[in-house]
Each structure stands twice: as C-alpha cells, then as structure tokens.
Design a binder for this molecule. Structure first.
Ligand code: CTP
Ligand code: CA
Length: 224
C-alpha cells in the first residue's frame, strides 16, 4: 500500500512545463529560431505524468511526440504565444518547469508580405522578447518554480544569478562545455542549484534519466 503511494509522489499535483524553441516571424515565410529539439521538456513531461502528475506541456515547434492520458499539449509558435499560454495556466499549477529555449529577441516588425531581395544588405531591427520565467517568478505565490540556465562560461555564478533574479526555487544548469550535452543530443549533463545554493552535479546520462533526477530533486524539496 505504501509502495503504491510512493510510486505516484506527484499524484494530485498539477505541473506546467515549457519545451522546445520559439519561432519569431520575420515575414509570412521566415523566422528567427534555434536548434532546441524539445527533447528535455518532453522527457520531463513524460516522467512527471508517470509519477502521477497532471501535466500541461506548452511546446514550441518540435518533432517530439507524447501521448499520455495525464498530459495536455498546448502547441505555440512564438515567445509571445508561449508567454500568454504560460500565464493562462500558471495560477492553477503547483509546479512550473520552464525548459523551453525561448528566443531572446524578435523582429520589431514582422513584415506582412514576403520580403523581396532588393538591396545588397538587409538589416532587421530586433527587440527583446518578454522573459516568461522571470514574469512567473514575479507573480509566484505557492508555486515551485524551476528554470534552466544554458551557459558556456562562469556557469555556476551565472546560474545562481538567474536563480535569484528570476525568483526561482531551483535552477538546472546545462553546461555547453560538456560533450554530449545540450540542444541536439539525447544525453545531458546537469547541475542543480537550489535556493540555499546547494549544488548537486550529475553524470552525463540520457535526457530521460535527467528528467527523473530533476523531478526527484523537486519532490525532495517539496517534502523538506
Ligand atoms: N526564459 C524564458 N523566457 C525568455 C527567455 C528565457 O522563460 N524570454 C527561460 C528559459 O526557459 C530558461 C531560463 O529562462 O528556463 C534561462 O534561459 P537562458 O537563455 O539560460 O537565460 P536568459 O535569462 O535568457 O539570459 P541569457 O540568454 O542572456 O544568458
Ligand atoms: Ca536566453
């Protein structure tokens, strides 16, 4: 009896997850995007559902597939759409894990017609997108908020800075220095940092296994 309970430690919990890249329109046929596969976010969604959670998975454009009765997928394209979707669900969730590789900048104006090749050079004016994670950190009440940090240098310091600045409970540091980690890979090597600045480093492993490590850390902290 106790065993069955311990296998569904997230039963009754609602979890919001963002995944994948965002596409920022330049014109009707072109966009600014990135190489995020969406794999890490989808693995977290699957693992959370397998632990009994009700999952809202807000995903940018990806080829990932996930059919699970506990997972509702909300497809979005741009950072603005992801922002609106995240805000529409955040108040109702217990845990939010923002794994999406949101574009930091978008074209200030998306052309309504296809841009023709006229001049020798073309400049696009870009403006910052809204930081979804920071905006949720700002309005957070009881939610346990988890962010990612993708860093190539001063990794721990930069990740700690994001943890504080965005008012997170936990940050998952993704070091791009590690071979076999990151965007296109099926494996990842992460370091978790919590609010007490406790640092836990994990070995390189499948994104499926990393997802379980992240959720275990969250469950442990919810019980602490
Ligand atoms: N993030 C977000 N909305 C954005 C940009 C980032 O929600 N517009 C989230 C990501 O999903 C991730 C975290 O913020 O959980 C950190 O993303 P990262 O790119 O590492 O950091 P930034 O804050 O964007 O800063 P920079 O890229 O300059 O390092
Ligand atoms: Ca960024």
């Amino acid at each position: 009896e106790n065993d069955i309970l311990s296998k569904s430690p997230l039963r009754g919990k609602k979890v919001l997850i963002t995944a994948g890249p965002t596409y920022e329109a330049i014109d009707p046929v072109r966009f600014i995007g990135n190489h995020s596969s969406g794999k890490m976010g989808f693995e977290i969604a699957k693992a959370a559902a397998n632990l009994g959670a009700e999952v809202i998975l807000i995903s940018g454009p990806t080829h990932q597939k996930l059919a699970h009765s506990f997972v509702t997928i909300i497809p979005v394209t741009s950072a603005d759409e992801m922002y609106n979707a995240a805000h529409s669900f955040f108040k109702t969730v217990d845990i939010a894990i923002l794994a999406a590789a949101v574009a930091d900048y978008k074209p200030k104006i998306a052309a309504t017609e296809k841009i023709k090749k006229k001049e020798k050079t073309l400049s696009l004016e870009l403006e910052k997108t809204k930081d979804i994670l920071a905006s949720l950190g700002h309005i957070k009440e009881k939610q346990f908020l988890v962010g990612f940090a993708l860093e190539t240098n001063n990794e721990i310091e930069n990740a700690k800075g994001k943890l504080k600045a965005k008012n997170l409970n936990l940050i998952v540091l993704n070091s791009l220095k590690d071979k076999g980690a990151g965007f296109k890979s099926d494996t990842n090597k992460v370091t978790l940092i919590n609010r007490n600045e406790t640092i836990t480093t994990f070995d390189l492993k499948s994104k499926e296994a990393v997802a379980v490590d992240i959720l275990n850390a969250i469950i442990n902290q919810l019980h602490a």
